[in-house]
Write a protein that binds this ligand. Structure first.
Ligand code: SAH
Length: 210
């Protein structure tokens, strides 16, 4: 169920859906996603679906992880990324293979602790994590070349844009469940530009720590 053949089938599917970056496809084909979901669901880890990861949250569908990663890196390689919503740690682990340093914040402590164990187990030492409400970003570690949000706010969080370098991009779902859109926000000298990509379905961004 977790064999290379099963993983290759997932990669074929992502290609069919338009993911073109071979480096990203290769990372998704080799990263053990079954270690990021509950053991009882490990046999479904290489299906192209979101899966529960406890605390009422989900690990994103591999297609979405690939797409958001592609969008983040589409203007060339970057060195530092902030992720809001660590969850299982899967998206952060994909990014850790592509950028020098990943910063990730999560509001649910129990979730973050589990993700941290996975980072250790996989030897991913370039991921720095923090238990906090990510709506404020991580100013002390910024500015970042890229920001990725994996929980959906109702409005573009301007506090986060201020933590982007000029020309930096933020990839995020925007809006309420059922009506969300994936958008790319690029910080410009004077303000920012927004590009709408496609419909998505993420858990909402929630304020406060747990
Ligand atoms: N990137 C994750 C997907 C996580 S689901 C993965 O690869 O598995 C979204 C996560 O965002 C959840 O864990 C949720 O607790 C977290 N989250 C929601 N609102 C948040 C906030 N304000 N600050 C930080 N994390 C938040």
């Amino acid at each position: 169920m977790t064999s290379q053949r099963t993983r290759n089938r997932l990669i074929d599917r992502l290609r069919e859906q338009g993911i073109e970056d071979e480096i990203i496809l290769n990372i998704i084909g080799t990263l053990p996603r079954h270690l990021f979901v509950d053991e009882a669901l490990a046999h479904r880890a290489y299906e192209d679906t979101a899966l529960p990861i406890g605390f009422n949250q989900t690990i994103s569908q591999p297609y979405i992880v690939a797409r958001m990663t592609e969008l983040l890196l589409s203007k060339g390689s970057i060195t530092s990324v902030l992720e809001v919503g660590t969850g299982s740690g899967y998206q952060a682990s994909v990014l850790a293979k592509l950028v020098d340093t990943v910063y990730t914040v999560e509001r649910i402590l129990g979730m973050l602790e589990r993700a941290a164990l996975r980072f250790d187990m996989l030897g991913l030492r370039n991921i720095h994590y923090k238990h906090s409400d990510g709506a404020m970003g991580w100013a002390q570690r910024g500015p970042f070349e890229g920001i990725i949000m994996t929980a959906s706010p109702m409005h573009i969080p301007e506090a986060l844009i201020e933590q982007l370098v000029i020309g930096g991009r933020m990839v995020l779902p925007l809006g309420a469940g059922g009506l969300q859109e994936l958008v790319v926000v690029t910080r410009t000298k004077s303000k920012f530009e927004v590009e709408v990509v496609e419909r998505v379905n993420f858990v909402p961004l929630v304020s406060g720590k747990l």
